[in-house]
Write a protein that binds this ligand. Sequence first.
Ligand code: M6P
Ligand code: ZN
Length: 194
Amino acid sequence: MLNEGPYSAKIGGATGIYPYKVKVERYLRDLNGYFSNKQLVDEMLSRGENPLIYVVYEIDRKSEGEFNVGCTIIYPGKIGDEYFFTKGHFHAKMQSSEVYIGISGEGIILMQDKNGRTFAEEIKPGTIVYIPPGLAHRSINTGKMELVFLAVYSSDAGHDYETIEKFGFAKIVVERNGKPTMIDNPRCCLKESK
Ligand code: M6P
Ligand code: ZN
């Protein structure tokens, strides 16, 4: 198949990148089961509270060897004391890596291998975070404003959500004494292997 042609796009504006091709919105209902305080999530949803947690604007490509370029905007907020985050995923094609570039706001990129060993990198404006092959990744907004970052990854990497949806990450990031703090996930089955 022939590749599509080159393009240029702008960074900025309300969508982070423009023009974009695909928009994905994730509300609390879409992340049901992901946050630690499941009871609070149930209560919020039954009260009709269903906040928008994050949005992804993407320029996707279809051919092998191409990159997708996306911008993720995670809104500031917490469920209980746990900061808003993305679902998190392994790549279906495990050898695929990914690069994140911080645009605005601040947060943590939490990564984890198949044995439950975790890694964390801060992201803020001007930061590059490299996610090597084989690591699941979740982005967490620990700040008071929107966390906005770009992501570049192989168009055929694929998203494998299943493991994270089932077991979560071995660590979670919560507010303690007004500060983001990484703690063991009390609900998690995948323990960190040292
Ligand atoms: C980044 C990239 C995307 C991903 C998005 C949201 O932009 O990693 O591939 O879709 O973050 O993360 P998730 O798919 O885990 O919800
Ligand atoms: Zn990814």
